[in-house]
Ligand binder design. Structure first.
Ligand SMILES: NC(=O)c1ccc[n+]([C@@H]2O[C@H](COP(=O)([O-])OP(=O)(O)OC[C@H]3O[C@@H](n4cnc5c(N)ncnc54)[C@H](OP(=O)(O)O)[C@@H]3O)[C@@H](O)[C@H]2O)c1
Length: 309
């Protein structure tokens, strides 16, 4: 019987728990780990899983079971939990944004622990993980002599989960926005990671990514945030990622423009739905765990192969 462990019983963990069983990717959810008693109790009631306040209490894997780790955007918080799980014999899929492009010492720790324990660690999600990195690379692979990629994502935050709305700064004053941004409590995480993944995927050399985050203010109240990541190679090639997340934004869309031969302009009208999309990407990641060689896989390291079991 194949089993799934959920670490972080928030919306993403809860939706994946349900979808993984519905889609037959696992037979059952065996354990839910969350320090928050209410979140833990709700998901264990829904799934019949055992409940644990921390991963320290989890029994070791018996048969290379898979775990979803979805509780923080921060690599320094998530990495030790992943190392513990992998050392206990679990494959791990995570939605941690900062792990999409981890600092060197964390990347090393992830790789070493996956390889030495013969397990797979997959980082995935919508953004980073799909719409502003994997998709642009797939589109760009259909063009020659690519010199510029512009990715635009406009998200209507009123359609998204509460934790994402909070991260856009919705309802704050501009001063509160500046304060929360400086404290690292708001603002999308992982746009620089996506820019680096695209550059790495194209084998483009670059020095650094310039990042800018500004509030979108309506009548003195913050409605959302505008994020820009820009990267250039020094010889004229460049990548620009534009992410706007705001309450009731007009014309939500995802768009990938590639300057190359041929030039390409691909649009997802209405925008790629981030929450359902994350669940789908996590499920693909869970499926791939048993096919991949042991190691640490950033979103663009996962081979694009279709029709393989
Ligand atoms: N890459 C992507 O595209 C993508 C997409 C969606 C989500 N994400 C990320 O995935 C994560 C999950 O999203 P979400 O909206 O479900 O998050 P959430 O609403 O913040 O829920 C996370 C849950 O995990 C709990 N938790 C905190 N520390 C924990 C630990 N050490 N072990 C186990 N559980 C712990 C939290 O409890 P407390 O409330 O007590 O802290 C909370 O119940 C977030 O970091 C989010 O940014 C990434």
């Amino acid at each position: 019987m194949s089993e799934l462990i959920i670490v972080g019983a928030g919306p993403i963990g809860s939706w994946v728990a349900q979808a993984a069983v519905d889609d037959g990717i696992v037979d059952r959810v065996a354990a839910v780990v969350d320090p928050q008693p209410e979140a833990r109790a709700r998901l264990t009631a829904e799934t019949g899983a055992d409940a644990y306040p921390t991963t320290v209490d989890l029994p070791a894997a018996r048969n290379a079971e898979r775990a979803l780790v979805a509780f923080s955007s921060r690599a320094d918080k998530v990495a030790p939990e992943i190392v513990r799980l992998v050392s206990s014999g679990y494959h791990v899929v995570t939605t941690c944004e900062e792990l999409a492009w981890a600092p060197r010492h964390i990347w090393d720790a992830m790789h070493t622990s996956a390889r030495s324990n013969g397990r797979v660690i997959v980082v995935t999600g919508t953004n980073p993980g799909f719409i502003m990195d994997r998709v642009p690379l797939l589109v760009a692979s259909g063009s020659r002599n690519v010199s510029r990629i512009v990715v635009t994502r406009r998200v209507d935050s009123s359609t998204r989960r509460e934790s994402l709305v909070r991260k856009t700064g919705y309802g704050l004053t501009p001063e509160e926005f500046a304060h929360e941004l400086a404290a690292g409590r708001i603002g999308h995480k992982g746009l620089d990671a996506s820019a680096r993944l695209v550059a790495r995927g194209l084998l483009w050399p670059y020095h650094d990514v310039s990042m800018r985050i500004e509030p979108i203010v309506v009548d003195g109240v913050v409605h959302g945030a505008d994020h820009r990541a820009e990267l250039s190679t020094g010889d004229g090639r460049s990548i620009e990622l534009r992410l706007t997340m705001a309450w009731k934004i007009a014309e939500p869309v995802d768009r990938v423009q590639v300057v190359g031969e041929p030039p390409l302009d691909v649009r997802f009208e209405g925008g790629y739905p981030g929450d359902e999309g994350t669940v789908a990407n996590v499920l693909r990641g869970l499926q791939r765990c048993s096919e991949l060689d042991p190691g640490f896989y950033r979103p663009t390291d996962i081979p694009l192969r279709f029709g393989v079991r």
